[in-house]
Design a protein around this ligand. Structure first.
Ligand code: PEP
Ligand code: MG
Length: 548
């Protein structure tokens, strides 16, 4: 029987693998209610009751998942949501609106608006903060009333290929990652956050595909991230060819992995004797067991911003401390480099209230935010310092462009140390301080910056973006980065020379560290550490030992 025609989509492949599965388009949450024109009070009350029950179940599901993914502190907000859904005053207010002739959707909107206003008017900081939670739960209730609405693919019982415009870091927190076979995004580049997420999950992705018709939701597809293609509705012969190649590759991959695993407990040393530390990039403490079982000798980049996502307010010093301490303890004396909060640009957090900018990548982001929001920054620094007592913790500053930024941070770190001493809390007084080399400015004046810090870690994702003037989110210009390593490599070489002359060390923690075609070059430059997502640890270790 002849197959119908397939659709072939091209993109940039991430994590070389081939998978097949059904497409699942991510539905962005909409909070618009569908007002009904015909209804009676009895039915609306029943609908409300059912929606409330479903919304509560849903909130507990999310709470459980958030706990598994991000740890318990971030999950607390969902407990508050569940309590608010059962709040008697709010429920009575909704019922009154229904009895006054409103449909359930409208009643929820009106009652929750009045209720939030009342909380804000009380002038209490804690209660005002609950006003935004009321907004959240009212949209969940309205969503639960709409039986036709699907819930972001979380209901799918089988695994799928997730298709989205793009994924924001906060959207990724709530994805049920165990069900995702692969990710396809219309936008994005190899160094965009979706690609970084895919690498850290070890799943294939295709970014920068351009829009795919939503009507293809649920269709069977073959994703090939080696060739950078997606075949939707494959013909029989396309499916057979795909299977044949996949089976052959899987066999080779299994043999290669066996060889790489045999290297895990051996130091990564080049044939000429240069030792390279192989560290892991992680976003939360749940990635540590994978990092250790894949031979990570340390954490080269803890992207601390993930603890600030999916919340209504800043995490407290205690919450941060408890997570950082757990990480330090789990790493058992191995180095843990905590990068201070790096938000802004493509990583926005609503409660930070960063005003919209014309050009956010060059705007209020990274260390610039921390130096303005000093209380928030010092909370984080104190938490890191306190954790340093339990292991080998280092502080790393993102997006530095000048000496003054480092000097100001050093003053703030000293202030935090003094405050902790006053509180009689222990910390490592000799804690290492490093900076990310992510801007051409920092590489160019690296001779001066190297005198102020213990180490550099090169963030090649941003360094490439700013050096080549290539927006890391823009797939249209992504290939300029792929074909153009020399300018970035020269900046790394310059930085390596500066820090070595000052007795420090240098690592690379951007995505270039995982690109095996560049390992030889990076090692030749004298890079001391390569920090990569967990699924790349073995491959990079193997590659270093093959280098001259
Ligand atoms: C980088 O810029 O290379 C980096 C590691 O930081 P992020 O990807 O989090 O911006
Ligand atoms: Mg960066």
């Amino acid at each position: 029987m002849a197959n119908k025609k397939s659709t072939i989509v091209q993109g940039i492949g991430i994590t070389n693998k081939r998978v097949s599965g059904r497409l699942h388009f991510l539905k962005k949450q909409t909070t618009q209610s569908k007002k009904r024109s015909t209804y009676n009070v009895g039915t609306e009350l029943l609908r409300l009751e059912e929606a409330k029950k479903n919304a509560i179940e849903r909130v507990w599901e999310i709470e459980k998942r958030a706990k598994e993914i991000t740890g318990s502190s971030e999950a607390q907000i969902f407990e508050i949501h569940a309590m608010l859904l059962e709040d008697e005053d709010l429920n009575d207010a909704i019922i009154t609106e229904i009895k006054n002739g409103k449909c359930a959707e409208e009643a929820i909107e009106i009652a929750s608006e009045k209720y939030s206003k009342m909380l804000i008017d009380l002038g209490d900081e804690y209660l005002s903060a609950r006003a935004s939670d009321i907004k959240d739960i009212s949209s969940q209730l309205i969503k639960a009333l709409d039986k036709d609405s699907k819930r972001d693919g979380q209901e799918n019982s089988t695994s799928y290929i997730l298709v989205a415009d793009d994924l924001t870091p906060s959207e990724t927190v709530l994805l049920d990652k165990s069900k995702i076979l692969a990710i396809v995004t219309f936008g994005g580049t190899p160094s965009s956050h979706t690609a970084i997420l895919a690498r850290s999950m070890g799943i294939p992705a295709l970014v920068g595909t351009g829009r795919i018709e939503a009507g293809l939701d649920g269709h069977l597809a073959l994703l090939d991230s080696v060739e950078g293609s997606l075949i939707i509705d494959p013909t029989d012969s396309q499916a057979e060819d795909f299977e044949r190649v996949r089976a052959k590759e899987n066999k080779i991959a299994t043999e290669h992995e066996r060889y790489l695993r045999s290297l895990i407990n051996k130091p990564a040393v080049t044939r000429s004797g240069h030792k390279v530390m192989i560290y892991a990039n992680i976003g939360n403490e749940n990635e540590i067991s994978g990092a250790l079982s894949n031979g990570a000798e340390g954490i080269g980049l803890l992207r601390s911003e993930f603890m600030y996502l999916e919340r209504q307010d800043y995490p407290t010093e205690e919450e941060l401390f408890s997570t950082y301490r757990d990480v330090a303890i789990k790493m058992g004396g191995r180095r843990v480099i905590i990068r201070t909060l790096d938000v802004g640009a493509d990583k926005q957090i609503s409660y930070l209230d960063i005003p919209a900018e014309e050009n956010p990548a060059m705007g209020f982001r990274g260390i610039r935010v921390c130096l303005e929001r000093r209380d928030m920054f010092k909370n984080q620094i104190r938490a890191i310092l306190r954790a340093s007592y339990y292991g080998r913790v280092s502080i790393m500053l993102p997006m530095v462009v000048c000496e003054k930024e480092i000097l100001t941070c050093k003053t703030l770190i000293e202030e935090c140390k003094a405050e902790l001493s006053e509180r009689k809390l222990p910390y490592d007084s000799k804690i290492e301080l490093g900076i990310m080399i992510e801007t051409p400015a920092s590489a160019i004046i690296s001779d001066k910056l190297a005198r102020l810090v213990d180490f550099f870690s090169v963030g090649t994702n941003d360094l490439s973006q700013y050096t080549l003037a290539v927006d890391r989110q823009n797939s249209k210009v992504a290939s300029l980065c792929e074909d153009n390593y020399e300018p970035v490599l020269r900046l790394i070489k310059m930085s390596a020379k500066s820090i070595h002359e000052n007795g420090g060390w240098i690592g690379v923690c951007g995505e270039m560290a995982a690109d095996l075609s560049l390992t030889e070059e990076l090692v030749k430059i004298g890079v001391d550490e390569l920090s990569v997502s967990v699924p790349y640890l073995l491959g990079v270790r193997g590659k270093v030992s093959e280098c001259r």
